[in-house]
Ligand binder design. Structure first.
Ligand code: UD1
Length: 364
């Protein structure tokens, strides 16, 4: 008997995580497998460069439904996603709702599904930063509190879930779908159009991304981080693809920066080409710490915590906090070639999507 699962995606990192799951369902269904899917885009991210470009580069089919919720406060977005997704589920209930990651769309649709008696599967379940000031941590806690089947990227994530009382039989350590996408795309990575104009060459530049409220919402903090990066780069160009949230603060900053080149948000293949060839990455993203680990590129994280500790204990990542003073010393070490080499965490091997679908065929 065939069953339809809802796959939810709302924001940029979600698109990268769902692609291999969709590919695995399609491959199995072509071979007579029992699952099919309905793809729901909540519309949390809607700019072409934040959304459509990822669908086309990663071969994700057009969504069956776009809830078009757009921007708003956390509560406004949550409410709009819940109200609109509820209508879909009431009209045609799926056999399961599959959510990925930790964005507002993840949490909002999980609540709707579970309240209507639809089992919830969470991909990238169980990771915890312990930092309740981050909306993502609240989303993780709430989603995992009402998830039926937990697909995890690390042994530590499973341990977190066990500690909160989840039975081992509902936890499946499958690996990392974000890394599935990266490994499947490695041959197709391509230089961005400014590669020539900014005179970039392998390992002669840095990449920076910052978009967390703690780093970019306040002009003073943001500018002092930028100044430290600018000085610490020792004349190397620093490419900074600017997230829309970051742009709002950047537009108000007038100070002089010599090395940092601000560019718009990049598409997937261009961004990862840039990371792969960079001397180092300075970021406050979580997903980028995983990608940098797999590509063996030094990663300097400007946060006080991480929900992905294996990128530090095994990978190339270091947690520096948000104090500009720490960053200066770390930049010196990285440019002097004194950075750890790093290894690759267990099961980050490109097969997570296939493992998830094999479990789902049994569970749903
Ligand atoms: C969201 C996720 C975060 C993820 C990030 C990746 C949550 C709580 N956070 O944060 O985990 O790392 O996406 O990008 O879900 N905007 C646009 N165009 C767009 C999308 C957003 O201009 O296509 C603007 C919005 O108007 C808003 C700002 O960017 O002012 C932030 O967008 P939002 O979706 O609220 O959260 P992110 O900061 O992107």
């Amino acid at each position: 008997m065939s069953a339809t699962i809802d796959i939810i995606a709302g924001a940029r990192p979600n698109f990268v995580k769902i692609a291999p799951i969709i590919a695995a369902i399609k491959a199995r269904s072509a071979a007579g497998g029992p699952l099919n899917f309905r793809l729901i885009h909540t519309g949390q991210h809607y700019d072409r460069q934040m959304s459509a470009v990822f669908f086309s580069q990663l071969g994700i089919p057009d969504p069956d439904h776009n809830l078009e919720v757009g921007s708003g406060t956390q509560a406004e977005q949550t409410a709009a996603i819940m109200t609109r997704y509820e209508k879909l589920v009431l009209a045609v209930p799926p056999a399961c709702t599959l959510v990925v990651g930790d964005v507002t769309s993840t949490m909002a649709t999980a609540i709707v599904a579970q309240k209507l008696g639809v089992p919830v599967a969470h991909v990238e379940a169980g990771i915890r930063s312990g930092d309740w000031t981050m909306p993502e941590e609240i989303n993780r806690l709430l989603t995992d509190a009402i998830t039926n089947w937990f697909f995890t990227t690390s042994v530590g994530a499973g341990a977190n879930l066990r500690q909160s009382g989840v039975e081992a039989a509902r936890i499946f350590f499958v690996g990392n779908t974000m890394i599935d996408t990266l490994l499947a795309s490695m041959d197709r990575l391509q230089p961005p159009d400014f590669w020539q104009t900014h005179q970039l060459a392998p390992k002669n530049y840095l990449v920076t991304t910052l978009h967390r409220p703690a780093n970019v919402d306040e002009e003073g903090q943001f500018f002092s981080l930028l100044k430290t990066i600018d000085r610490g780069a020792q004349g190397l160009p620093v490419i900074f693809p600017v997230h829309p949230r970051t742009k709002k603060t950047l537009d108000k900053i007038a100070g002089q920066l010599n090395s940092i080149k601000f560019v718009g948000p990049l598409a997937y293949l261009e961004f990862n080409y840039l990371v792969k060839n960079a001397k180092a990455v300075i970021t406050d993203s979580g997903g980028i710490t995983e990608e940098a680990t797999v590509m063996g590129v030094p990663c300097l994280t400007l946060r006080d915590s991480t929900e992905r500790p294996e990128t530090v204990t095994i990978g190339t990542n270091e947690i520096l906090g948000t104090d500009p003073a720490n960053l200066a010393g770390a930049l010196e070490r990285v440019l002097a070639g004194k950075w750890k080499k790093g290894g690759i965490p267990d099961k980050w091997d490109g097969q997570a999507g296939t493992r998830i679908v094999a479990h789902l065929e049994r569970l749903v």
